[in-house]
Design a protein around this ligand. Structure first.
Ligand code: NAD
Length: 394
């Protein structure tokens, strides 16, 4: 294996040969080193983060690892300033060895920036979903990418179930009516239904998608469907009574509710577009807490406006933070409802923050001490992709 090879090279002091000298820092970590530059891009929590120290994913609370890094002699730069060549992110990426980002306020590590990041060895996503990083560029430069796999999958699955319910039951306009001081039951009930008896399908039946299916079982839906190139193990599919549909158009045409739970990659970008939306049942509901760019922004807005979709809900946007005039903030169905959009927070509950902060620390610790990483956390390892979730590759 690569590890055995590198150990044997180390034993023979072969790394002292000129040909291998340049490789030494990137590949060999025989003893913990200090003085590493760790750069983290987090969101500003302002007053809330000062009042609530469990908001660990903020620039104020710094994932709770500032002291720990300092004790070991590492440099720790934390910033929310991530856009443009003059941003602190782009300034510090040129010599950082470790990059920590979150999907909530993504530091977009483009191929250009990978090129400039001459010292970068490892990217850690504090959370799940590393599409804000140009993964192929990292593969070509031997940069590892790890996530805290599983850290917030329950948090998201709960949000998905909530979002399905709030759309199907027409909750948001009902609450807005109450705040306005109005009371007109028929205006709400005209588009309010039960989940019982409906067909619900998930695009992606991995950790989150499967947990969504599990949580839907007690609702006595007519059917639970899934679309995924990786079939569920028979026992898992049976446990939730899920049926796999292999053709995407066929799949969406059978669903009253579609929920998207796949990573964003070349094979899912724009997957839910104007053409696919035509194949949805008229008046279906769509919930997307996976990644905004999996759904075509304008096609979704048009489908909601025309009533082809009765509702769209989610917390992820094609650009984050979403611009003030983003059409998803205000789009509505023909009777003025059907919008359940929120900022990206389903996977950043306080419970989730504790888990992903801990997990990020564990990944760092493994890296500093040269320990093996937990295999499910590895998106890109030392020799390339180690996950099958970011697209089908040979
Ligand atoms: P996972 O790796 O456990 O499961 C992903 C599943 O999607 C896999 O089964 C994979 O085969 C499937 N898939 C990949 N490409 C597909 C395609 N083209 N069509 C159908 N299925 C496809 O990941 P997970 O933990 O379930 O997370 C899924 C995604 O959810 C993450 O990658 C992330 O983008 C998103 N997420 C969002 C939040 C949030 O706060 N909103 C939090 C966590 C994760």
């Amino acid at each position: 294996s690569f590890r055995q090879l590198s150990n044997s090279l180390l034993r023979r002091s072969a790394y002292k040969t000129p040909a291998l000298q340049g490789l030494t820092p990137r590949f060999f970590h025989s003893s913990p080193r200090n003085n590493m530059k760790v750069l983290a891009v987090l969101y500003d929590g302002h007053k809330a983060a000062v009042e609530e120290p469990r908001l660990l994913g903020t620039t104020e609370n710094k994932l709770g690892i500032q002291e720990w890094l300092k004790e070991q002699g590492h440099e720790y730069i934390v910033t929310s300033d991530k856009e443009g060549p003059d941003s602190l992110f782009q300034k510090h990426i040129v010599d950082a060895e470790v990059l920590i980002t979150t999907p909530f306020h993504p530091g977009y590590l483009t191929a250009d920036l990978v090129e400039k990041a001459k010292n970068l060895k490892i990217c850690i996503t504090a959370g799940v979903g590393s599409d804000h990083i140009d993964l192929n560029a990292c593969v070509s430069k031997g940069i590892q990418v790890l996530e805290v796999t599983g850290s917030n999958v329950v948090s998201v699955a709960e949000h998905v179930v909530m979002s399905i319910l709030l759309l199907v039951r027409n909750f948001v306009p009902a609450h807005e009516m109450i705040e306005r001081g109005d009371w007109q039951v028929s205006d709400i009930a005209r588009l309010a239904f039960d989940l019982e008896g409906k067909v619900i399908g998930t695009i992606g039946a991995g950790r989150i998608g499967y947990r969504v299916l599990q949580r839907l079982v007690p609702f006595d839906c007519k059917e639970l469907l899934y679309y995924d190139y990786a079939p569920l193990p028979d026992a898992a599919a049976k446990a939730v009574g899920a049926r796999r549909v292999e053709d995407l158009k066929d799949f969406v045409s059978q669903c009253d509710v579609v929920t998207v739970n796949a990573p964003l990659h070349e094979g899912t970008r724009g997957l839910v577009n104007a053409e696919l939306l035509k194949h949805f049942k008229k008046g279906a509901w769509l919930v997307n807490t996976a990644r905004g760019a999996i759904c075509d922004k304008d096609a979704v807005a048009a489908a909601l406006k025309s009533g082809q979709l009765s509702g769209y809900s989610g917390d992820v946007w094609n650009v984050q933070p979403a611009p003030k005039d983003h059409v998803w903030r205000t789009m509505k169905n023909p009777i003025g409802g059907g919008n359940g959009m929120v900022p990206h927070y389903s996977g950043t509950t306080l419970d989730a923050q504790a888990r992903y902060a801990n997990g990020a620390k564990k990944i760092l610790e493994n890296y500093f001490t040269g320990k093996e990483q937990n295999p499910p956390d590895i998106i890109i390892g030392k020799t390339g992709y180690e996950t099958k979730a970011y697209g089908q590759r040979k």
